[in-house]
Design a protein around this ligand. Structure first.
Ligand SMILES: *[C@@H]1O[C@H](CO)[C@@H](O)[C@H](O)[C@H]1NC(C)=O
Ligand SMILES: *[C@@H]1O[C@H](CO)[C@@H](O)[C@H](O)[C@H]1NC(C)=O
Ligand SMILES: CC(=O)N[C@H]1CO[C@H](CO)[C@@H](O)[C@@H]1O
Length: 756
């Protein structure tokens, strides 16, 4: 439809409409005649065009697609141009996303101070509840109200600021007169350079929103199974003997783990791709030692190449012109760990060269069980403004650093990942951890929250930080256990292990000036508590792996704010101290010292929740006070769910034995298990995987239990083509727990267990 002032397009049988107004220019998206989003709601684009020369808005209404080209300029930045826009999100009072900030999950109204800033920076011991930039950026804002989840994706990699205004403010909402006012959230985006490339994702369900975002930026890579195990890192394990002794410490104390890590000191004078000739003289032997136990080694590799004309890798990079230039056209010099090193620029040729550096023949001392950690890739430049690269440095094609700053780490991550895939002839899944990231980094691997501190506040903030990352697609994330900087007291260390075991990336790490903190150094009680937590992580790995399969194929994050599972329950919208792990488990890690009791909100009236330790059941829609001891980790399983666990002990992920665990009140339960070889691309190329659904259908389980008592063996295993057999079982009446020995029934076969 067209009028003098507007053009209206509709889709979805007229359910959705887009209305474009000419003057003042604005775009409105409506659903069933109700406004959802207005773009250029404050008409600020009109104001800017008086400041400088610009191209006016052009609407080509004849073409099949509607193209809207906007270009504007303003004076907020010293660079040549900047872009900005206002959006009004109608009916929304909760917005999230925009990582990375050390802040609550729900974004705050910025009228009281600074806007949220997206600018990747190396911030040592970062301040909490700050809106300044940290290591990575995802310019995705997620808004939610009971009937809609909506995303605003602002695709721009230059320094970006976001202002947020909630109306009416929370404060006013309590007054009757304002209560009736329709809530809205006004958002202002401003980027230092580029064009406006803004996408609105309409949901309406959280799941649809995740899929829409993944269709734009990619799905989470399926990690190798070992990467979901426990990682032990320190700056630095000093030599081969040290590594072997820490490795055997895990066996001695019966604590499973999969990967040991080496920080910068493993290199020969901070030349990445080399080994310290004294402390790591036989790197292959070390990796083989670990590989015999099915464990891996991860080494650090930063994007800074040490200037050393006697080092072949430096000469190759110099001769291949792989270095960033300064504004005068000279090779850019910036200091980082290698001293006066040169950060690489990441054009396609450079990336291909850098990827090849990871090949087994070129990277001497590397084996297929060596994996990589990209650090300092914001990039960190000790001598630069805000410890990063100056904005006028010049990349390939003449691009100024200001245009693509937030993408720098992403491209190093990408080149490293490509290097590992190529190294294996395209057969093996890579594992690369990166500190810096951008929208789409989920396609590459894992990220962590950088240089955190060993205190309770940092433990507490790790939860909203990983939830924000998860909402923005970067779902394989975690925070360093114990805090990287300073020494945690034993209670904090235990609580940190408990919380981090329920986060996707699970790594203990500590700085060079801290005391050693391997799990067995703090007495038997602490060792036992940490052992229990890591063992529980391993027993839940079949569930974690299945959740990663879901993230990989349907973009649902393993870690979900409560509102993702309970989208209509407003009482969940601001909760960020507890969360859902998949659809079945609710986690509420203890993050405060010396407490005897925690308050836990169990959402969903009509839901039943089971404390996974006591198997005691609780009704949803209430807040529970749960007594806690040092070894209590409050986790609840949702009634009606099936969670697959691994049984028995193991020393690493290669020894897992999946099993099923089902909880239900009504006799109906449902869940999935995904299995494959755990390391290759055969699941993708040859469809070599197994995805099983476990359903419990008819009958009331509780009644079945009553019936069980009188009979000798009322549990039958039914499998097509075989005779029905009665199965051995145990029944614990106190907690209504039935354990069935399923003998040779395999997960990949179809079968049925009939009770009673
Ligand atoms: C990328 O770098 C290579 C090697 O220096 C150069 O030949 C090529 O022109 C560069 N590409 C672009 C787009 O600048
Ligand atoms: C830790 O590393 C920093 C940076 O290299 C160095 O200055 C310091 O001396 C190191 N401290 C120890 C105890 O190794
Ligand atoms: C440069 C520009 O005008 N806009 C860019 C904003 O950032 C994204 C991510 O790099 C680019 O794809 C856009 O072209």
């Amino acid at each position: 439809k067209q009028t003098k002032d507007s053009v209206t397009l509709s889709w979805s049988s007229g359910r959705y409409q887009l209305r474009v107004w000419r003057s003042p220019f604005r775009l409105e998206i409506l659903c069933e005649q109700e406004l959802v989003v207005t773009f250029n709601s404050k008409g600020l684009q009109e104001i800017y065009h008086t400041l400088m020369e610009h191209k006016t808005s052009v609407i080509e209404e004849q073409s099949e697609l509607l193209y809207i080209i906007l270009r504007n300029t303003c004076c907020a930045f010293p660079g040549p141009s900047s872009v900005g826009a206002d959006l009004c999100l109608h009916g929304f009072r909760h917005v999230y996303g925009l990582p990375e900030h050390s802040d609550n999950l729900q974004l705050r109204d910025t009228r009281d101070g600074e806007p949220y800033r997206l600018y990747n920076l190396d911030v040592f011991a970062y301040q909490l509840y700050s809106r300044l930039g940290l290591y990575g950026s995802v310019p995705l804002m997620v808004a939610h109200k009971p009937d809609r989840t909506l995303g605003v994706f602002w695709l721009n990699a230059s320094e970006t600021f976001i202002n947020i205004q909630y109306s009416p403010t929370d404060h006013q909402v309590t007054f009757d007169s304002v209560l009736r006012a329709e809530p809205q959230t006004d958002v202002h985006w401003l980027s230092e350079s580029g064009v406006i490339d803004c996408m609105v994702l309409l949901g309406p369900s959280p799941q649809q929103h995740f899929t829409q975002y993944a269709q734009l930026t990619g799905y989470q890579a399926l990690p190798p199974l070992f990467a979901l195990g426990y990682h032990q890192c320190r700056w630095n394990y000093i030599d081969e003997a040290d590594v072997k002794s820490v490795d055997s410490g895990f066996d001695r104390h019966k604590i499973p783990y999969d990967v040991i890590w080496l920080d910068i000191e493993h290199t020969d004078g901070k030349r990445y791709f080399t080994w310290d000739p004294v402390h790591f003289s036989e790197p292959t032997r070390l990796q083989q030692h670990l590989e015999k136990k099915k464990r891996k080694l991860v080494i650090i590799s930063d994007p800074h190449i040490k200037v050393d004309p006697h080092w072949s890798l430096y000469c190759e990079a110099r001769d291949g012109e792989h270095f960033v230039k300064d504004r005068e056209g000279q090779i850019f010099k910036g200091s980082c760990w290698p001293g006066n090193g040169k950060p690489l620029l990441f054009n396609v040729t450079t990336r291909a060269w850098y990827s090849r550096c990871f090949s087994l023949d070129k990277y001497k001392g590397s084996t297929p069980s060596l994996f990589v950690w990209n650090d300092m890739n914001e990039p960190s430049v000790f001598s630069g403004p805000e410890l990063t690269m100056p904005k006028d440095a010049v990349h390939c094609g003449g691009w100024e650093h200001r245009d693509l700053h937030n993408l720098y780490g992403f491209y190093q991550h990408m080149a490293t990942v490509e290097g590992l895939i190529t190294r294996s002839g395209g057969l093996e899944r890579p594992f690369v951890l990166s500190r810096s990231f951008f929208a789409g980094s989920q396609r590459l691997g894992a990220v962590w929250t950088g240089d955190n501190v060993a205190n309770w506040e940092h433990l507490k903030i790790s939860i909203p930080m990983v939830l924000s990352l998860s909402l923005a697609g970067i779902v394989f994330c975690g925070a360093d256990v114990g805090g990287f900087i300073q020494d945690p007291e034993p209670e904090l260390l235990v609580r940190w292990y408990q919380a981090a075991a329920l986060q996707p990336f699970f790594r203990g790490h500590s700085a060079n000036v801290t005391n050693r903190r391997e799990p067995w150094l703090f007495g038997d009680e602490v060792t036992a508590a940490i052992r229990t937590v890591i063992q529980q992580r391993y027993s839940l790995l079949p569930y974690w792996y299945t959740l990663f399969h879901q993230a990989h194929t349907s973009a649902l994050p393993p870690l979900r704010p409560l509102w993702v599972e309970f989208p209509e329950e407003e009482s969940t919208f601001s909760v960020d101290s507890q969360y859902m792990l998949g659809g079945a488990l609710l986690a509420c890690p203890v993050t405060e010292p010396g407490i005897q009791e925690v308050k836990i909100f169990l959402p969903g009236s009509g839901e039943i929740w089971y404390d996974i330790r006591s198997v005691q059941s609780y009704e949803g829609g209430r807040t529970l006070s749960l007594p806690v001891a040092l070894d209590t980790v409050p986790v609840f399983q949702r009634g009606g769910s099936v969670v697959c666990r691994s049984v028995g002990s193991c020393s690493c992920t290669a020894e897992l034995h999946p099993d099923c665990n089902l909880l239900s009140l009504q006799g109906i339960a449902d869940g999935e298990l995904y299995l494959d070889d755990g390391h290759s691309f055969r699941y993708r190329d040859e469809k070599a995987f197994c995805l099983r659904r476990f359903s419990m259908l008819s009958g009331r389980l509780y009644k079945g239990m009553q019936y069980l008592k009188g009979k000798a063996s009322p549990v039958f295993l039914l499998s097509p083509g075989t005779k029905d057999i009665s199965a051995a079982f145990q029944y614990m009446e106190t907690c209504c727990k039935l354990t069935v020995n399923t003998g040779n029934l395999r997960v990949a076969m179809d079968w049925e267990i009939q009770i009673g």
